[in-house]
Design a protein around this ligand. Structure first.
Ligand code: UDP
Ligand code: MN
Length: 344
């Protein structure tokens, strides 16, 4: 009896083993082909954690420094495609843990770099919490069209105060002692302590000068790179042609009078916006988060958020200076340098 049954048992066992092998094969095929949650599908697989698909370089362990790159943004996708892989590669060479947040202004108002930075500061924090990621302990306020080319510029945690990477003398275009634009690293605590940036600056310019004054008033010392010898010509690449990307320098209503002065009212605590869609995107295998932001404008306080239909200016510009005036005094140059001509 038992000898009669043996072939059937063997066959059943063989069949089971084959089924098991087939199942294993299917699992493996699915494992390799299934798309992860964004298009960074050719990143090392399996990833150390799911966060590696959503954030460029998450910190290795809780408590490590972690930088959120906050990019105020509108309509510069060509520059963005250059920026994301290049900055991530640059930061990885310095072993700086980082995540990239593009704060995309999608309303019809004038561009407001500082309000977008405020919104990005708050939204990056929320998004990291939602992803159960460690929070960033510092941010890089970063223009999308400015890329470091000298590998020696430090992006590490700015423990001694805000660190201005795109320093005067190094930035290809701007060179005055209080310049603070382009790229600035600041700890989350310091950014909060000064109530972020002013929300009054619609259109191009002065928001960074006002921020410089906030830092000084709070007793913070701005630090800058030391021993960099590549100068204005070879420290950064500024992907900006002023013919293609015109700067919005219009001034309407009381904009000139109000924005030339220190703002002690608006900031991080009062930035008014709502968010639209959030995209987990990828360029050349580097993930970044793009957040659509609709800024809201109080037209009684800052009607210059939209100059359409504004009456022509009548009053001559007020040029009187007192200690609250934040407009820098810049010496006009007679001749343009080669760097300034390439980067205008
Ligand atoms: N920006 C943008 N879209 C605009 C205007 C400005 O994305 O329409 C962002 C972008 O990150 C840019 C930064 O704001 O790098 C600073 O603006 P811009 O390059 O015009 O100023 P610059 O420093 O060259 O004078
Ligand atoms: Mn620019």
């Amino acid at each position: 009896m038992s000898s009669l049954l043996r072939p059937t048992v063997n066959n059943t066992l063989r069949l089971c083993l084959m089924c098991l092998a087939l199942c294993l094969l299917m699992v493996l095929v699915l494992y390799w082909t299934l798309e992860p949650t964004n298009s960074c599908s050719t990143r090392p697989w399996p990833p150390p954690s799911k966060l590696h698909y959503l954030l460029a370089s998450p910190p290795e362990k809780p408590g490590d420094h972690f930088m959120c790159v906050i990019v105020p943004f509108r309509d510069r996708f060509e520059e963005l495609n250059e920026f994301v892989p290049a900055i991530s590669h640059y930061l990885n060479l310095q072993s700086v843990a980082h995540a990239i947040f593009i704060v995309n202004q999608v309303d019809t108002l004038r561009f407001n770099r500082a309000a977008l930075i405020n919104a990005g500061f708050l939204e990056s924090e929320k998004e990291l919490a939602r992803l159960k990621s460690p929070p960033c302990d510092y941010v890089a306020l970063h223009d999308v069209d400015l890329l470091p080319t000298n590998p020696e510029l430090p992006y590490r945690f700015p423990a001694n105060g805000p660190f201005h990477v795109a320093a005067p003398g190094l930035h290809p275009k701007y060179d005055y002692p209080t310049f603070l634009g382009g790229i600035l690293l600041i700890s989350r605590d310091h950014f909060r302590n000064v109530n972020g940036m002013s929300n009054r600056y619609w259109g191009w310019g002065l928001e960074d000068d006002e921020f410089h004054r906030r830092l000084i008033d709070a007793g913070l010392q701005v630090q800058r790179p030391k021993n960099i010898t590549t100068g204005k010509e070879a420290t950064f690449k500024h992907y900006h042609s002023s013919r293609v990307r015109k700067r919005d320098m219009e001034k309407c209503y009381e904009q000139h009078e109000v924005t030339r002065r220190r703002d002690r009212e608006t900031g991080l605590a009062s930035v008014s916006y709502h968010t639209g869609r959030l995209f987990q995107n990828c360029v050349d295998n580097v993930p970044y988060t793009l957040i659509n932001v609709v800024l809201e404008c109080d037209r009684d306080r800052t009607p210059w958020c939209d100059c359409r239909g504004a009456p022509p200016r009548e009053k001559p510009k007020n040029l009187v200076r007192d200690e609250d005036v934040i407009v820098p005094l810049i010496k006009r140059k007679r001749k343009k340098s080669t760097a300034a001509q390439n980067s205008n």
